[in-house]
Design a protein around this ligand. Structure first.
Ligand code: HEC
Ligand code: HEC
Length: 340
């Protein structure tokens, strides 16, 4: 809990910074419009952080720059890797000095749409989320004010910061620019999108049978629904009888929220193993084992999680459907890659 207070303290500081921000209409920027895939709603962008090319360029550099960690050893991209849809391949990603925190690094696929971030829905904006890895002992273990000072010693960053926000690098600029970059990480060109939204005939029979299982037989879309395969709620899917992570309860302190976690998107799911908030399930096959058994008995388990039985072919169909959610253009888009 101490870390949380530390974060709130810094947040208040950041809000004050934003309060003294002068009208910045005097400087010229290049407006940027995110291309919204067919079938997707518009993204919401905060009034004080409209997207511009200058902001996104700066945020992308910071995202890939280890300058954000106390010993300059790791960057955001150390745990959120483009080739794995901005997730990581280990259950728990090491922070500075190899320290391990308790949760699995989630994908940043379509993170612009998330009304809350973190597995327990703790924070309401990407801007605030930036402070978490920066402050966390097991992540960057640094201080955002000190990062601002370091960036001020780098003439490229000073120039880019003025071009983006008309001010020198500081917590305001750091949190906003990285968020601007994150909002561009849109993925909507998977085989599923081509078939369903772009009306091309690309899915084979097995994949379509798997889609039918997903939506109509197994009720996966009770939670993994809509264009982003999540209803954006927090739920318990019966991973354990007793959880070591209290999940949403950490935020609300309600017993009914114990061990509730955000319903994750299933986009690019083939690439984002291992799975669940703690990375405890290694493969999609084992995820299906988990759901087939109806999960473990937890008082808060959602009643929609019920046992079922799939034969070999059905199991293969379901996995083939989940593989259709991979968007290879997202993984190779140079605009999202390392600028250094
Ligand atoms: C050491 C590994 C690590 C580093 C470094 C790291 N993250 Fe994360 N990230 C995580 C983990 C683990 C979570 C889940 C934390 C939680 O839910 O409490 C997470 C969660 C997030 C989320 C929330 C996603 C969602 O949908 O809820 C965002 C956004 C994010 N990180 C962005 C960043 C940015 C930006 C940086 C750099 C400033 C960064 N991360 C650095 C591991 C890391
Ligand atoms: C009652 C809501 C609910 C239903 C129904 C549901 N899930 Fe989930 N699913 C979740 C939640 C919540 C998590 C995250 C749990 C955690 O982090 O511990 C999750 C996690 C997953 C993951 C891992 C995602 C990741 O990135 O780690 C996969 C894959 C998945 N579900 C597939 C399915 C499939 C397939 C079905 C249908 C058989 C299904 N789910 C039904 C709520 C649900």
């Amino acid at each position: 809990m101490k870390a949380v207070f530390k974060i709130l303290f810094v947040l208040t500081g950041t809000l004050l910074f934003s309060f003294v921000l002068k009208d910045n209409s005097a400087f010229e920027t290049t407006p940027y419009k995110v291309e919204i895939p067919q079938g997707f709603p518009d993204i919401k962008v905060p009034d004080d952080n409209q997207l511009t090319k200058e902001r996104i360029d700066l945020g992308r550099m910071l995202f890939y720059d280890p300058i954000l960690s106390v010993d300059s050893s790791i960057s955001c991209a150390s745990c959120h890797k483009q080739e794995f849809a901005f997730a990581d391949t280990v259950p728990i990603s090491p922070g500075v000095e190899g320290r391990l925190a308790g949760r699995n690094a989630p994908t940043l696929t379509n993170v612009a749409y998330n009304p809350t971030v973190l597995f327990d829905g703790f924070l309401q904006s990407l801007e605030m989320q930036i402070l978490v890895p920066i402050q966390e002992h097991a992540e960057f273990d640094f201080n955002i004010v000190d990062i601002g000072k370091k960036l001020n010693q780098d003439s490229t960053y000073v120039k880019m910061s003025f071009a983006a926000y008309n001010r020198a690098p500081d917590p305001y600029v750091i949190t906003r620019s990285i968020s601007a970059f994150e909002r561009t990480l849109i993925s909507g060109n998977s085989k599923f999108d081509q078939e369903v939204y772009q009306k091309k005939k690309v899915m084979n029979r097995s994949e379509k049978r798997g889609m039918n299982l997903f939506y109509n037989e197994l009720h996966c879309a009770e939670c993994h629904s809509g264009f982003n395969f999540t209803n954006f709620s927090t739920q318990n899917n019966g991973l354990y009888e007793v959880y070591s992570d209290s999940g949403r309860q950490r935020v609300t302190e309600l017993e009914s929220d114990r061990a509730l976690f955000k319903v994750p998107t299933l986009r690019n799911i083939t690439l984002t193993a291992p799975y669940m908030h703690d990375g405890s399930i290694a493969t999609l096959d084992e995820v299906i084992d988990h759901y087939e058994k109806g999960g473990k008995a937890h008082p808060n388990k959602n009643p929609k999680i019920q046992p079922f039985k799939l034969n070999k072919r059905e199991r293969k169909d379901l996995i083939n459907f989940l593989n259709c959610l991979t968007d290879t253009t997202f993984l190779t888009n140079k605009a999202f890659g390392n600028p250094f």
